[in-house]
Write a new protein. Structure first.
Lengths: 315, 210
């Protein structure tokens, strides 16, 4: 389940480094060319994003080469960072302190530990059933009933999105697909590459050709041109990567379409929360990108659906 | 007092920043080695440590939190941190010393702690609040200003620390917080006690909206 350096992985590595190097070069040229004030800000942000992509890609690949424990560690850590950003923005009350301690230090780590011991039955219901019931019970025991339902729902939602949904990405490593044994790390690589490249393509198409806004009330930067161009390009990419997966090219196209659409919906949904709370980003950890949750929001929505379809049809 | 930071100071500061996820902002003000009193809202036991950790290392060595003796002398770890790492100035809680004489003693202690190069971290509300409102200020700030007219008073607003470690809790929930430094104030000649305290409190409240 550790990523092995077979010819297919080499090809992905070359492609990735080539893409990043090209982006860095383009950013350099743009920095010399663009003169206008707003253009400069956009280019500076673009270059910050590219720099962060180098680091994120390197960390992710190293972790995949390190093996499943490293992947679980990384995604578990990302879950905690995302939950931290999410709870910071969603006002809970002081009486929720203990419930939050449980969420951060017991429930989230346990979710990842269950993947580690491959206890699928409990992994798939720990948060939707047990944490779902535990959170309101623990809040009731704290005795503060003000906005009770709202507070319980916020914490349940945070756990579902940041811990449960995201944990389905490394859970791909546990899938045993006939004819694809010991290669599931490539499936995780496929998911993350398609989801993240879909975000990148939407950004690029939006910047180059974006005119008509899709949801001006939610996310001013999302346009029809960016959405359609980005999704189409990402599906092409995903289809072109079929040799990395257990899928046929047609199946890879279908899976890519699903991943990119769920990813887009995830980005839009999480933007609604930011809009409601009156902020632009969930955090400031990743230069140019915002917070961790801003970067993984699309992955949170795509991972569980991809996991279950793959599990249902291919194992 | 030694001029060197304790070897563990940067570790403790790093830990405080990790737990509090503090984002540090300097609005219309800059880090400076001139003698200052950083005054801040008080909602959590983390306040002093996080504010201190938010300062650049070369200022941290010169900045001493003023903290409640009763809390920081409990247990070997707290005693070690207060004495060696933060080099805190430990005072009695103001509520417990209504006598004029002991208030004067506390003031003497602070002036002595300032010396000719140190800065202080002070929580003028006197006691921790719930984080929802800012209590009226005690008069310590004003008296310090009277004794040392060269002092700069810098408002520092701490946001969200009360949710990370509320009153009465032992384990912190690692949410994100913000530490906002505002522009410095000075006690004007002839300024009355109430006017100065109101001005200082307003400066801190203003930061909470920025």
């Amino acid at each position: 389940m550790k990523l092995e350096l077979d010819p297919e992985v080499w090809l992905v590595l070359f492609g990735l480094v080539g893409l990043l190097a090209t982006s860095t070069l383009v950013g350099l040229v743009l920095r010399l060319r663009v003169r206008s004030e707003s253009g400069r800000a956009t280019v500076a942000n673009l270059n910050a994003r590219v720099r962060a992509w180098w680091v994120m890609s390197a960390v992710f690949l190293l972790v995949l080469f390190g093996g499943p424990l490293w992947s679980l560690g990384l995604f578990g850590f990302l879950s905690l960072l995302a939950l931290r950003e999410y709870i910071t923005l969603t006002p809970t009350r002081l009486a929720d302190h203990r419930t939050l301690l449980w969420s951060f230090f017991v429930i989230t780590p346990l979710q990842y530990a269950l993947i580690g011991i491959e206890w699928y039955g409990l992994f798939s219901i720990l948060i939707p059933v047990y944490a779902f019931l535990f959170v309101p019970i623990r809040i009731v025991l704290a005795g503060d009933t003000e906005n009770f339902l709202e507070r319980a729902a916020k914490i349940q939602w945070g756990l579902m999105i940041c811990a449960y949904c995201l944990s389905h990405a490394p859970a791909l490593l546990t899938l045993r697909i006939p004819g694809y044994e010991y290669q599931s790390a490539k499936l995780l690589l496929f998911l993350v590459v398609v989801v993240q490249m879909s975000d990148v393509f939407q950004y690029v198409w939006g910047k180059l050709a974006g005119r008509r806004r899709i949801a001006p009330g939610i996310s001013p930067n999302k346009t029809w041109e960016g959405f359609l161009g980005g999704v189409a390009t990402a599906i092409l990419l995903g289809t072109g990567l079929w040799w990395l997966t257990p899928f046929t090219p047609a199946q890879a196209a279908g899976m890519s379409a699903l991943i990119t659409l769920m990813g887009f919906a995830g980005g839009l949904t999480m933007s609604a929360i930011k809009r409601d709370r009156g902020v632009k980003d969930f955090g400031a950890l990743l230069e140019g990108h915002g917070g961790v949750l801003d970067r993984v929001d699309s992955l949170c929505f795509a991972a569980p659906v991809f996991f279950h379809l793959t599990r249902y049809f291919f194992t | 007092m030694s001029e060197e930071a304790h070897p563990l100071a940067s570790v403790v500061a790093g830990l405080a920043m990790l737990v509090s996820g503090a984002q540090v902002r300097w609005l219309d003000s800059r880090p400076d080695t001139r003698q200052r009193v950083y005054f801040s809202n008080h909602t959590s036991h983390l306040d002093a440590a996080v504010l201190w950790a938010s300062l650049p290392p070369q200022l941290r060595v010169l900045t001493r939190p003023v903290a409640a003796r009763e809390y920081w002398e409990k247990g070997a770890l707290r005693r070690f941190l207060a004495a060696r790492v933060f080099r805190a100035v430990l005072v009695e809680r103001p509520g417990e010393s209504h006598r004029l004489a002991s208030a004067r003693e506390a003031l003497d202690l602070l002036v002595e702690a300032l010396g000719d190069r140190y800065s202080l971290i002070l929580f003028p509300e006197g006691t921790r609040g719930t984080g929802e409102s800012l209590a009226p200020f005690r008069s310590g700030l004003y008296h310090l200003g009277q004794r040392r007219s060269d002092l700069e008073f810098l408002p520092v607003y701490l946001n969200n620390l009360n949710r990370i470690l509320p009153k009465g809790e032992v384990l912190p929930v690692p949410l994100l917080s913000t530490v906002t430094f505002g522009p410095p104030l000075r006690l004007e000649p002839e300024e009355s006690k109430q006017a100065f305290l109101d001005r200082a409190r307003a400066a801190l409240l203003r930061l909470s909206h920025l």
